[in-house]
Design a protein around this ligand. Structure first.
Ligand code: NAD
Length: 427
């Protein structure tokens, strides 16, 4: 099918802002699903965006006021769910677009959640640990009326981590007068976090690579893989794939890539978290740029660093047989069309890295039930959920001849539309 053409005034960069992309993807999916146009219209808009001022007393006594947001896109299937990021580029529109993606991601995985996203417009590197804690506690208080285990459940995202979630949960619980671990996920296990949460997006990406290789009649033991971004998602995916027999020939961080045609020992390479920017310090026959890793002749390419890295400028040069999106939004709308034309399958982010939100769901269940699952159970349940989602999307690909991305959106939109139609429009 053809892509909606860009208007003359839109550059590719503008096209790929999260909100514009999310709306275009919704419109595109709606052409494949028999859905009431009123439902599509409703899904183009978030339920609400809470904008708050977050005053912070700096360590030197000065007071600075930051702006925070929580976009709540849709909750027809359950509480809003999605990350809180601390980043200088956080805007209301970005939060809305990302919250829409979370709606689709939760629906693809058939989780009883809708989509949310939020954050504070701040550079976390400019904050001391004490300042980050005070900012987080005040932000939690400003959002207190709109979050909660049955309303909206935030999680870590760019610039936030398990400690941020612990402070958020503590601030919320202190004000509510009881310990409520289910208000956020991605917490440390000692206060209700789930084992396996940190590893989960990389694990689900690896599972999807494994299934995709099998679908295209390959064998993991003869498969070469390149992974851009050796962070939480990329390193966990690369290490699991190596453990399962694949040959990981190249990995990168922000400074560049290393390449060994015989395969790298991924467990010996420190991840971004363990030792930031250590990839180029490793012994390897060759180094490459971050642009060149994307154009390697490999069986599977896993972009797992940042968004918008496969664009109209380099989509023709992608030499991998399969692309599996570990990062959120690594392929632009225009690049997607070129890869489709070239018959290069792209397995979308809303499936591949959805292990993160799936284990967040397990964490929420554990919190509500005041039980802790063992790591083995978490990984087994994740495997089951991923295979179920994979099978569903594969059936749509096979039966309707759609791309993997379109099939994933069709599955998501069908579930959401069905829920909306059966609940109706109130009043
Ligand atoms: P991370 O910070 O742990 O790692 C990011 C890696 O990418 C690092 O190795 C960094 O050096 C590298 N990198 C940064 N900028 C780069 C650039 N311009 N070019 C090439 N490499 C660059 O991050 P992460 O948590 O692994 O997240 C990676 C992606 O996966 C993001 O798109 C994120 O939104 C997405 N994601 C993360 C999770 C999660 O729970 N961690 C879940 C779902 C999706």
């Amino acid at each position: 099918m053809t892509m909606t053409p860009a208007t003359e005034t839109e550059t590719e960069e503008e096209l790929d802002s999260a909100l514009i992309t999310a709306r275009r993807q919704l419109e595109r999916a709606a052409t494949h699903v028999d859905v009431d146009p009123g439902v599509v219209e409703r899904l183009k808009h978030p339920t609400r965006v809470q904008q708050v001022s977050v005053p912070l007393e700096r360590d030197d006594g000065d007071v600075e006021v930051f702006t925070g947001y929580r976009a709540q896109h849709d909750d027809v299937r359950g509480p809003y769910k999605g990350g809180l990021r601390y980043h200088p580029d956080v805007t209301s529109d970005e939060c809305i677009g990302l919250s829409m993606w979370m709606t689709w991601k939760c629906a693809v995985m058939d989780l009883p959640f809708g989509g949310g996203k939020g954050g504070v417009t701040v550079d976390p590197k400019d904050l001391s640990a004490d300042e980050t804690e005070r900012l987080t506690r005040r932000f939690a208080e400003e959002l207190r009326n709109v979050v909660g285990p049955t309303k909206d459940v935030p999680a870590p995202d760019m610039g936030t981590d398990a400690q941020t979630m612990a402070w958020f949960m503590d601030a919320y619980s202190m004000q509510q007068g009881e310990t409520i671990p289910g208000v956020v996920t991605g917490k440390p296990p000692v206060i209700g976090g789930s084992y396996g949460r940190e590893e989960a997006p990389g694990r689900s990406t690896a599972i999807v690579v494994r299934e995709a290789v099998d679908y295209y009649e390959g064998d993991l033991s003869g498969t070469t893989v390149a992974v851009q971004g050796f962070g939480s998602v990329g390193a966990n995916a690369a290490r699991l794939l190596e453990d399962w027999g694949a040959t990981v020939v190249s990995v990168s961080d922000v400074n560049g890539a290393i390449y060994d045609p015989d395969g790298l020992e991924t467990h010996a390479i420190p991840t971004h978290n363990e030792e930031p920017e250590a990839v180029l310090e490793q012994d390897a026959p060759e180094t490459l740029t971050n642009e060149a890793i994307l154009e390697l002749d490999v069986d599977v390419l896993v972009p797992a660093a940042v968004g918008n890295v496969i664009t109209a400028d380099n989509a023709d040069a992608i030499d991998a047989d399969i692309v599996v999106e570990g990062a959120n939004g690594p392929t632009t709308f225009a690049a997607d069309a070129i890869l489709e034309e070239r018959n290069v399958p792209v397995i979308p982010d809303i499936l591949a890295n959805a292990g993160g939100v799936t284990v967040s769901y397990f964490e929420w269940l554990q919190d509500i039930n005041r039980r802790q699952w063992k790591l083995k159970r978490v990984n087994e349940e994740l495997e089951t959920h991923m295979l179920k989602a994979w099978d569903h999307i594969r059936a749509v690909v096979d039966e309707e001849g759609l791309t993997w991305r379109d099939a994933a959106y069709v599955v998501a939109l069908s579930r959401i539309a069905e829920a909306k139609e059966s609940r109706g429009l109130w009043p």
